[in-house]
Design a protein around this ligand. Structure first.
Ligand code: 4AD
Ligand code: MG
Length: 452
């Protein structure tokens, strides 16, 4: 633009040229800081509505959605018509002034004075109408752009942050376990195998065994990574690939282990309530039960759990593990998370220590989330005696060679120890109030689905 002072005055009345303020780069999440300022937003067109000579553009930039109002006589017919013809999810860079607006859900809208089309989007497959789940999962790469998925994945990120912060602030050292492993941790029936040159390798089912070695080195550790189970179960709570946070502690027993879990889970839930209420509202999550997640949690002996299940009409034989239906029924009795402890050892993993008072029971616990969700944590005190442990390895038919390093931990300064694993996606499903686990993972790996 020419310097206005150079303009030749040809008439007594000169209309001052409109000099637009430079647009400040902004993100919608910070928009309140820009009230009255001219900003530039880089994003995508979420939706568009026209009312004659005014266009209402819903623009999202990944951090939020803002209504951007374009008036034909202010921007000219060319730009107006260009905008009017844009498809859902066209990428656009818009400029304009931010104005407070109490009708807006974010408190602000924008008066558009400029729009640059980066790339149009024609016939975007996900429209605001209802789609079937399979269709949405096939289009997961696009489905991630919707409001509901944003809320879930932001809560997931918040939960991850809260988990890490909890252990970092409580003296645990992060020591990640390997993903490629030579042996099974959680039973040989759910292993994903692969070749490791001329050796057989498996994708890790749990980082626990390595966390135990790390705990003997550092006292209190945690690992947090993806874990894999080839579980041929098509249920609402099984993924083939899921993330687990696994703390492990030296010199603790089963009670200490449960005490850490309740403090940890309370902290995670209360942190999400404090920081992500908007997202919980988007999901229409009734937070009454979440607000009650305060320690102490109930501790229910396996024997008592069986009694409760039978009272509910299940013909449940003592000695079995709980299925999803039984767990869901049990949760009706409790208004916050609860432990079921001391399961029969024969349905549990080889590494669990036996209850010295009743050796048929394992010193283990599951933490069950209320409202029908069921198990979110599995934990135990570990077998710390060399002789007992080698006996279990043989009983379970596990390859002794592959466990020789693990047995070493019982030879060189063995101590009582234990830990647990919290399944991230099940926790996200519970906190978000989702019926199915599939939306808790950005790209879920389900039975018979690995795409996209
Ligand atoms: O109870 P699990 O099998 O325990 C372990 O793996 C122990 N080694 C953990 C430890 O003590 N360090 O699994 C722990 C949790 C479950 O409570 C559940 O939340 C989650 O992992 N989980 C799954 N989540 C989604 N899909 C699956 N297929 C899952 N299997 C387990
Ligand atoms: Mg379990």
């Amino acid at each position: 633009m020419e310097n206005p002072s150079d303009a030749v005055v040809t008439s007594a009345v000169v209309e001052a040229p409109v000099v637009l303020e430079e647009a400040l780069p902004a993100r919608i999440i910070d928009i309140a800081k820009f009230e009255g300022k001219r900003v530039q937003l880089k994003g995508w067109l979420y939706n568009i509505r026209s009312s004659g000579k005014i266009l209402f553009l819903q623009v999202r930039d990944g951090s939020g959605i803002i209504q951007a109002v374009m008036v034909k006589k202010e921007v000219g017919a060319d730009l107006f018509n260009l905008a009017k013809g844009l498809g859902q999810e066209a990428s656009v860079i818009i400029t304009g002034v931010v104005r407070a607006d109490e009708r807006s859900s974010i408190g602000f809208e924008m008066s558009v004075d400029g729009l640059e089309l980066v790339c149009n989007s024609v016939d975007y497959p996900i429209s605001p109408k209802e789609h079937g789940t399979d269709f949405l999962l096939d289009h997961r790469h696009l489905w991630l752009r919707s409001k509901r998925q944003h809320a879930i994945l932001r809560i997931r990120a918040e939960i991850i942050r809260a988990c890490r912060n909890y252990f970092d602030e409580h003296g645990f050292l992060l020591i990640d376990s390997p993903i490629l492993t030579p042996a099974a941790c959680e039973g040989t029936t759910t292993l994903f195998g692969t070749d490791y040159f001329d050796q057989k390798a498996y994708l890790s089912q749990s980082g626990q065994l390595y966390a135990e070695a790390s705990a003997m080195a550092f006292g209190k550790v945690y690992c947090f990574g993806p874990t894999f189970r080839a579980e041929k179960s098509r249920t609402r709570r099984h993924l083939m690939e899921f993330w687990m946070i696994e703390p492990e502690m030296a010199y603790i027993d089963l009670d200490d282990n449960m005490a850490v879990q309740e403090d940890f889970v309370e902290t995670v839930v209360q942190t999400v309530l404090k920081n992500r209420m908007d997202d919980l509202k988007t999901l229409e999550r009734d937070t009454t039960f979440l607000e009650k997640v305060k320690k102490p949690f109930y501790r229910v002996h396996y024997d008592e759990a069986v009694e409760r299940i039978r009272k509910k009409g299940f013909e449940f034989p003592w000695g079995e593990d709980f299925g999803a239906d039984v767990e869901a029924a049990l949760t009706e009795d409790f208004d916050k998370p609860f432990f079921v402890h001391r399961f029969p050892a024969k349905v549990k993993a080889f590494y669990m220590k036996r209850d010295p008072e009743r050796p048929e029971l394992a010193l283990c616990s599951d933490l069950l989330a209320p409202e029908g969700y069921g198990e979110i944590i599995g934990g135990s005190q570990r077998e710390d005696s060399y002789d007992e442990l080698i006996g279990r390895i043989r009983e379970h038919g596990l390859p002794e060679e592959a466990f020789s390093w693990y047995l070493d931990l019982r030879k060189y300064g063995s101590v009582p120890h234990g830990g647990f694993g919290l399944g991230l996606e099940r926790t996200v499903a519970w906190i978000c109030g989702l019926h199915h686990i599939r939306e808790t993972s950005p790209f879920p790996r389900l039975l018979n689905r690995m795409n996209p």
